[in-house]
Design a binder for this molecule. Structure first.
Ligand SMILES: [Mg+2]
Length: 273
């Protein structure tokens, strides 16, 4: 099942495909939002400004979503900012990030250990159909990049655990301590300006976050919003769909199971009317 949001959208000319990782291919960190949002709300509620829990949730959800796809530290900087705006004395964003990752670890530890030991199959923690789809793109000779806002070492390990690292041939990028050294925006710019040149409409992205969709659309590429309803990933999540369309997604998919339909909707050369 694929929804075409922008009539006439086509990735028939695609040469390069960027994939976001968490929520787009990997479900290892599924549920991260339910860790990050309450943590941020707690920090703001501690300031006792009189704002309702619902109002704080709304504030937090707004900045968390707007920065989804960017390195985690940016969401933590926004939290520090929200604390400061309310007259509080924020911790260092790095301290908030550690707090978040410690809590997230409790949720995902068993998944990673089960994958490491072989007790769990990689498919258990992947958006359904992702492997077959990556296979078919590799077969078409497309150059693929994996780009994530999660720390680089974690993305590397989790891509290995899911057995998908080889599709990207070293083109795997995650968050670095030096924020200037990597971002999805930088990656898009590098791809477009590399020798041999990739034209904007030769760029295709798959993502479930604001940032990757926005950057590729700004550059003139084609964007597929992966609005999967986790953890079953059988249907479209209405909340994600709305937001991905608002930021410019050309197509929406719930997963990669309808491989033939997906490939023809994306890559068939549109017939001139
Ligand atoms: Mg994501």
């Amino acid at each position: 099942m694929i929804e075409t949001v922008r009539a006439g959208a086509s990735a028939a000319r695609a040469k390069v495909v960027i994939f976001d990782f968490d929520g787009t291919i990997s479900l290892v960190r599924s549920g991260w939002l339910d860790v990050m949002v309450p943590l941020c709300v707690e920090q703001l509620a501690d300031l006792k400004t009189g704002e309702s829990q619902a109002a704080l949730c709304q504030t937090v959800e707004e900045f968390v979503w707007r920065l989804t796809g960017k390195e985690t530290i940016y969401q933590m900087m926004a939290l520090a900012e929200a604390v400061r705006d309310r007259g509080g004395q924020p911790l260092e964003p790095r301290a908030y990030k550690k707090m978040y990752l410690d809590r997230l670890w409790l949720k995902i530890r068993d998944r990673i250990e089960d994958l490491r030991s072989g007790r769990a199959k990689p498919e258990q923690y992947m958006v359904p159909g992702a492997r077959e789809f990556l296979d078919s793109l590799a077969g078409q000779g497309l150059r693929m990049y994996l780009a994530s806002g999660t720390d680089h070492a974690n993305v590397r390990e989790e891509a290995d655990l899911l057995g998908i690292a080889h599709y990207f041939k070293g083109r795997i990028f995650g968050a670095q301590d030096d924020l200037k050294s990597f971002s999805k925006a930088l990656l898009v710019q590098q791809i477009l300006s590399c020798t041999g040149g990739v034209a904007p409409d030769e760029l295709l992205v798959f993502g479930d976050g604001y940032v990757e969709i926005e950057e590729v659309k700004k550059a003139g590429g084609v964007a597929v919003g992966v609005a999967t309803a986790e953890p079953a990933c059988a249907t479209v999540d209405a909340w994600k769909r709305r937001r991905l369309i608002d930021v410019g997604a050309d197509f929406i998919i719930p997963n990669y199971l309808a491989l033939d339909e997906l490939s023809s909707a994306l890559f068939q050369v549109p017939v001139a009317q």
